[in-house]
Design a protein around this ligand. Structure first.
Ligand code: UGA
Length: 438
């Protein structure tokens, strides 16, 4: 079994390191952030991910998982090095910020004294692997003995453990049979379950990842565009989506209308894809992604409009109970969160917004100190003029509309995620509104 290092212990890296150790590999997690390394080494997962804390304890107890800040130690230890650092949007541009990926490779390479495989897992612009191959060979004492491969990661926050242990597929972007054989060895237990592996060249592997996220974003914006059409025609997008979903060729997943997509991946990935495609002279092929982004942004503005309409046209002094802050349920991630965007726009328009989220309160407070926060649904709903459901957590879906009606000043709700049973809420005396529904 090859010994693995995982460079970057954020969402992707920490999950990968922990799961690989549980699967039986000796793993060294590497990060430049000493505080993060210390927390992980003491058994604490620094973000919310169901099931991961238990696996971290198990992996540490097995003695197969350690963490370090030393690249020298990583170079000495590893046969296969996974690069899992972030590629956020570059400020003031659509391009991906490559500084962390470049630094990870540049810091590791001088410590590679023997044959090793460096495997990129980060989401990157097409052409990155070719560029990094040059860099690693120039900086590594082992020179051409070091190879680079690309192995994109498709895990979803909230399902990260399952997506890592039982992925739909593995993609191995390789430049040689040796690299393929090393990757197969590094994923032997996953392949043994029958997981399909698609072997490609480096550029295709890079493209698979952005193409997948762009497709998912397009599917969401497609149904949200249909919601806009519904708003203009009096049709009901909820029923429309349901009817479309029964067609197996279309399918119901990622076809849920509402407030649209956010998070640290989909929005920045479609923008980076647009930027890179333009650089490569094929911008026209993905120009529609700009429209996908615009449709998605309009959903946030339109949700604010719906709240304004529901309270009679003026938001000043209106007390809003905002349910949800995370960009999706089962996550504490508030990066580009539609929920917080809407809450903050309502507040700027004069409303007093109180937010509750089951997991993302600390992160929300940090990024949006201008909003006020409560400890429960009932607390933020007390005396509210309008309730806005912004993230479809299970505990919000299960709210008893009769009980909630007893807390609020006015029983008015905007269901930003099409998560509630409209008929049941209306029967309990609520004025219920959702985008794309009459
Ligand atoms: C996404 C992809 O799903 C993963 O496959 C990929 O690995 C990951 O990005 C990444 O690039 O690292 P994630 O950002 O965790 O995963 O979240 P998703 O579950 O894809 O949801 C993205 C957004 O779409 C959320 O804001 C969600 O609320 C929204 N969404 C999803 C909708 O608005 N409608 C839907 O029908 C489905």
């Amino acid at each position: 079994m090859p010994r693995l290092t995982v460079i970057g212990t954020g969402y992707l890296g920490a999950t990968h390191a922990i799961c690989m150790a549980v699967l039986g590999y000796e793993v060294l997690g590497v990060d430049v952030d000493a505080a993060k390394v210390e927390r992980l080494a003491s058994g604490e997962v620094p973000f919310f991910e169901p099931g991961l804390p238990e696996l971290l304890v198990k992996a540490l107890e097995s003695g197969r998982l350690r963490f370090t800040t030393s690249f020298a130690e990583a170079g000495e230890f590893g046969d296969v090095h996974f690069v899992c650092v972030g590629t956020p949007q570059r400020p003031g541009s659509y391009a991906a910020d490559m500084r962390y990926v470049d630094a990870a490779v540049a810091d590791l390479a001088p410590h590679l004294h023997r044959r090793a495989l460096v495997v990129g897992k980060s989401t990157v612009p097409i052409g990155t692997a070719a560029r990094l191959t040059e860099l690693v060979r120039r900086l590594a004492p082992a020179g051409d003995e070091v190879e680079l491969a690309w192995n994109p990661e498709f895990l979803r926050e909230g399902y990260a453990v399952d997506d890592t242990m039982k992925p739909d597929r593995l993609v191995f972007g390789v430049a040689s049979p040796w690299a393929q054989q090393r990757l197969r060895a590094a994923y032997a237990p996953v392949l043994a379950q029958g997981t399909p592996a698609v072997v490609t060249d480096l550029a295709t592997a890079e493209l698979v990842k952005v193409a997948a996220n762009a497709f998912l974003a397009t599917k969401i914006s497609y149904i949200n565009a249909m919601a806009e059409v519904c708003e203009g025609t009096g049709a009901d997008v909820h029923d429309l989506a349901q009817a479309l979903a029964y067609d197996n060729r279309i399918g119901g997943r990622f076809l849920k209308p509402g407030l649209g997509f956010g998070g640290g991946c989909l929005p920045k990935d479609i923008r980076a894809f647009l930027h890179r495609a333009e650089e490569l002279g094929v911008g026209q092929a993905v120009a529609f992604l700009r429209e996908v982004d615009d449709i998605n942004k309009r959903r946030r503005a339109r949700t604010v409009d719906l709240v304004r309409e529901l309270v009679g046209g003026d938001l000043s002094g209106v007390r809003v109970a905002a349910l949800g802050a995370a960009f999706k349920p089962n996550s504490d991630d508030v990066r580009d969160a539609p929920a917080l965007d809407v809450a903050s726009t309502l507040q700027q328009a004069g409303a007093t917004v109180r937010v509750f989220d089951p997991a993302a309160m600390d992160n929300a407070r940090r990024t949006h100190p201008e909003l006020s926060y409560g400890q429960s649904t009932m607390e933020v709903a007390r005396d509210a003029d309008v309730v806005v459901l912004l993230t479809e957590w299970a505990e919000f879906r299960e709210i008893d509309p009769v009980a909630l009606a007893g807390m609020v000043a006015h029983a008015r709700i905007v269901d930003g995620r099409h998560a509630l049973d409209a008929a049941r809420w209306r029967a309990a005396g609520w004025e219920y509104r959702a985008l794309g529904r009459p």
